[in-house]
Design a protein around this ligand. Structure first.
Ligand code: ADP
Ligand code: MG
Length: 389
C-alpha cells in the first residue's frame, strides 16, 4: 500500500513536470472577466485579457480610464470585486504583493532620498538576504543597463529627473521581476529626454526579455514602444491590437479620435464598396455590411491631398493653416459645413477654395453602435419615404 502511494506520488510529480514543459503557451498574466468597484462606483468592467511572457504591453487611455487600477490589480495593491486574475495559470486574487514576482516604476520615481544611488538599487537584493558580492554584481549590472555606471556614489538629490527615473528602473529590475509594471514613468520628463528614454526602455525590455506592462496617456508613445496596445476608456477596454491595427483599423469613434488625428463623418454603406457621406457616394474597399448600414467614416489627415477644384472629390475652403516643420496643418470646411484636418505639403491661402482628394483605400469604415431595433426602424422609415415618393 505504501509503495503504491509512493509510486502514485512519483507519477503525479512527473506529470506535473510534464505539464510545466508542455505549457509554455500559458499566459504569464490573465484577467478573466475582472471588475472593480468603489462602493457603487464601478471603475473597471468585464476586463478580459491574456499577456504572453516577454512582450511589451501598453495600457493607453485618458486620465481616469482605469489604467493604474489594472496595474494595482496585477501587483496586488488592489483586490478584484469580481472575476479572476491568474499568474502562469494559477489564480492569484488573494496572493499578497510581496509574494508576486512583480515590481512597479512610478512617475514620481519613489526613490529613498536618504540613500545614495547604489543603496537604492541594492535595496531589493539586500532584503532578500543576498551576499555582499552578489549585491555588488547585481547593482553594477543594473546601473550599467540604465547607463548610470559612474553614478553609484551619487546622492539622489544630485540627479536630474531623467537620471532619477533610471535609478528607479534599475532598482525595480534588481529584484529580477518576471513582470515590470510602469505607471506613466516618462510623463514628468521633457520631450527630448522622453524620446530617448522610450527608445532605451524598449531596448532594456528586449535585452532582458521580461514582460513589461507600461501605462501612458500618450498615443504616440504607445505606438512607438509597444508590441500590443490596450486602449481604455471609462473602465472598459475599447480595443486591443498591434500598434498598426489600432492606428489603421480603429473599431470605434473613441479609438479613432484618441489615436492620432482623424476626420470622422457619419455615413451609410449604400452597397458593397460604396459609402455615402457629405451627400455623395464614394468608392471604397469595405464590404459585407448590412445594406444601408449606418457607419462612421474615418479619413486620416495625412491621407488627404489638396488639389484643384475640378480634380477634387470634394470642394473645401481653407479656414486655417499652421506650419509644422515637415507639413502644413490645414483646417478646411466643405460645403456641408464639415470641418476637415489635412496635412499638406504645399502652402495654401486662407479663404481659398480648393479640391480635396483621397484614394478608396484611405476610407476607413467603422460600424455605428446602432441597436437592431433602431436599424429596423430606420430601414422602415426609408421604405416609407420611397412609398411617399
Ligand atoms: P488612470 O490611471 O487611467 O488615470 P485610475 O485607474 O487611477 O485611472 O482611476 C480609475 C477611476 O477610479 C477614476 O475615476 C478614479 O477617480 C477612480 N478611483 C481611483 N481610486 C479610487 C479610490 N480610492 N476611491 C474611489 N475612486 C477611485
Ligand atoms: Mg493613473
Amino acid at each position: 500500500m505504501k509503495l503504491h502511494a509512493f509510486l502514485v506520488t512519483i507519477y503525479l510529480l512527473i506529470k506535473s513536470e510534464d505539464r510545466k514543459v508542455s505549457n509554455e503557451s500559458t499566459p504569464i498574466i490573465e484577467f478573466r472577466n475582472v471588475g472593480l468597484s468603489y462602493d457603487d462606483n464601478s471603475v473597471l468592467k468585464n476586463i478580459d485579457f491574456e499577456l504572453e511572457a516577454g512582450k511589451f504591453y501598453t495600457l493607453l487611455g485618458p486620465s481616469g480610464s482605469g489604467k493604474t487600477t489594472i496595474l494595482n490589480l496585477i501587483s496586488g495593491q488592489l483586490t478584484v470585486t469580481y472575476g479572476d486574475i491568474l499568474f502562469e495559470g494559477q489564480v492569484i486574487n488573494h496572493v499578497p504583493v510581496e509574494k508576486r514576482h512583480m515590481n512597479t516604476v512610478f512617475q514620481d520615481y519613489g526613490l529613498f532620498p536618504n540613500m545614495n544611488v547604489f543603496e537604492n538599487v541594492a535595496f531589493g537584493p539586500r532584503i532578500k538576504g543576498k551576499s555582499k558580492k552578489e549585491i555588488k554584481a547585481k547593482v553594477t549590472e543594473m546601473l550599467a543597463l540604465v547607463k548610470l555606471g559612474e553614478y553609484a556614489d551619487r546622492e539622489i538629490t544630485e540627479l536630474s529627473g531623467g537620471q532619477r527615473q533610471r535609478v528607479a528602473i534599475a532598482r525595480a529590475l534588481a529584484n529580477d521581476p518576471e513582470v515590470l509594471l510602469l505607471d506613466e514613468p516618462l510623463s514628468a520628463l521633457d520631450y527630448k529626454l522622453r524620446k530617448e528614454m522610450q527608445y532605451e526602455l524598449r531596448e532594456i525590455q528586449q535585452r532582458l526579455g521580461i514582460t513589461f506592462v507600461f501605462v501612458t496617456h500618450d498615443q504616440e508613445e504607445a505606438l512607438a514602444m509597444s508590441d500590443w496596445i490596450f486602449v481604455m476608456n471609462d473602465g472598459v477596454i475599447q480595443q486591443n491590437g498591434s500598434p498598426e491595427d489600432i492606428y489603421d483599423e480603429p473599431i470605434n469613434h473613441f479609438v479613432a479620435d484618441f489615436i492620432g488625428e482623424s476626420n470622422i463623418l457619419d455615413g451609410i454603406m449604400t452597397a458593397d464598396y460604396l459609402v455615402h457621406f457629405t451627400g455623395k457616394d464614394f468608392e471604397n474597399v469595405d464590404a459585407g455590411m448590412r445594406p444601408n448600414e449606418r457607419v462612421e467614416v474615418v479619413l486620416r489627415p495625412e491621407d488627404l491631398d489638396l488639389t484643384t477644384v475640378e480634380n477634387g472629390k470634394l470642394v473645401v475652403t481653407i479656414d486655417d493653416q499652421s506650419f509644422r516643420g515637415d507639413y502644413y496643418e490645414i483646417t478646411a470646411i466643405d460645403d456641408d459645413g464639415n470641418e476637415w484636418q489635412v496635412q499638406a505639403t504645399n502652402k495654401s491661402t486662407v479663404g481659398e477654395r480648393v479640391g480635396l482628394t483621397f484614394d478608396p483605400e484611405d476610407i476607413h469604415i467603422m460600424r455605428f453602435n446602432e441597436s437592431e431595433n433602431d436599424f429596423d426602424a430606420r430601414l422602415e422609415s426609408y421604405e416609407d419615404e420611397d412609398d411617399n415618393a
